[in-house]
Ligand binder design. Sequence first.
Ligand SMILES: NC(=O)c1ccc[n+]([C@@H]2O[C@H](COP(=O)([O-])OP(=O)(O)OC[C@H]3O[C@@H](n4cnc5c(N)ncnc54)[C@H](O)[C@@H]3O)[C@@H](O)[C@H]2O)c1
Length: 344
Amino acid sequence: MDKVRLGFVGAGYMGQLAHLANFVTFDTCEVVALAERRPRLARQVADKYRIPKVYKSHLDLCNDPEIDAVAEITSDDLHAPVAIDLMNAGKHVFMEKPMATNVEDAHAMVETAKRNGVKLVIGYMKRYDPGVEVAKRMIDDLRASNELGPITLVRAHCFGGDWVCNIGKHITTDEPYPEVVRRPPAGLPEARIGPFYGFNNVYCHDVNLLRHLAGDVKTVKYADLNSPARVVVFGMDGFDAVLEVGGISANFWDEEFKVYFQHGWVEVHTPSPLLRNVPARVEVYKAGKIQERSQPQAIWDWGFKRADEQFIECILHDRESRSSGADSLRDVELMEEMFRTFGG
Ligand SMILES: NC(=O)c1ccc[n+]([C@@H]2O[C@H](COP(=O)([O-])OP(=O)(O)OC[C@H]3O[C@@H](n4cnc5c(N)ncnc54)[C@H](O)[C@@H]3O)[C@@H](O)[C@H]2O)c1
C-alpha cells in the first residue's frame, strides 16, 4: 500500500477545522468518503473538501471495501461504539480524545483492535507538538544521564483560556443534532456524571501528557474534584505529580508541565490547541557552579496536523503509534479511579 484510502465520520467543528483540513492535504492518503448524520451538512462539507462519497452513517463506511482506515471525529459517547463497528469491519481507526467515557468500553476497544489486527490511535495531539517533543527528549536524556539528579516533583497545570485562537469559520447547519446515548462509568452516582464528563473531556489531555513526559502513574493519592479549581496528586515512580486544573477567562492559553529534578527543571508551555504552527515553549534550568537557563527552540508545526500524519504513517509502515488505544486506556482507568475514590 502506498496510499491510505480514508473514510471520515463526523463533519462537526473539530472534524472540519482540526482534521479534514489536514487529511485532504496529505500525499500519503486520499479522503474517499464522509459519513455524517446531518445530510445537508455532509453534502456541503464533502463539496468543500472534494470528497467523492457521502454516507449517512459510519455503518456505510464499514461496508465499503474501498476504505482502509477511518478518522472518527464524533462526540465522546460515540467514540467506543463507532470505533468498535469500524474495527470489526477491518478498518484502522483514528479518533479524538477522550478514548471512551468508561473503562469497559476502553478495554473492549483495545481488545477489538487486537483481534482484528488493526491500528487504534487516539488523537492526543499535544504528544506530537514539536516543542513537547524537544522537552520529552531532554527529560528522557536528563533522567538517563542523571545530570540533574532524580526527579523530585512534576507539576501539570491547565486553566485553559482561549483554545480557538480565531481559527476561522466552519460550515454549520440547522438540522437537528443526532440523539446520543450516554455511556457513563457503571454505578457512578447520577450527580457525578456531569462533572465526570467535563473533567474527562478536557483534562484527559493533561493526564495523558503527564504520563508521556514523566512515566506511568502508579496511584491516585489524593483528589479534590469539587472545588472550582481541582487538584489531584498522583504517585509516580519514586516521586509525586500534582495536577492543577481549573478555568480562567484569558485570551491566551494557560497550560504548563514542569519536571523538577534535584538540580534543575524542564518546563513546557503548550500552545492554544487550535493555534496553528506555533510549538510549545520549552525552558530548561540547570543549577550548579555555572547556573544555566536555556530555551531550546522547536520547529514551526501544528500538533493536530502531525497527529493526523502519524496515523497514516503508522498504517503505511506498520508502526505502533505514540498515542495508541492500548496506551490511552490508562487515562480512562485513572479518570474513573479519581471519581470513584475521591468523587464525593
Ligand atoms: N483535541 C482537542 O483539543 C479537542 C478540542 C475540542 C473537541 N475535541 C473532541 O472532538 C470530538 C468532536 O467534537 P466536535 O466539537 O467536532 O463535535 P460536533 O458535535 O461538532 O461534531 C460531531 C459530528 O458527528 C456527527 N455524528 C454524530 N453521530 C454520527 C454517526 N453515527 N455517524 C456520522 N456522524 C455522526 C454529528 O452530526 C456532528 O456533526 C469530541 O470527542 C471532543 O471531545 C477535542
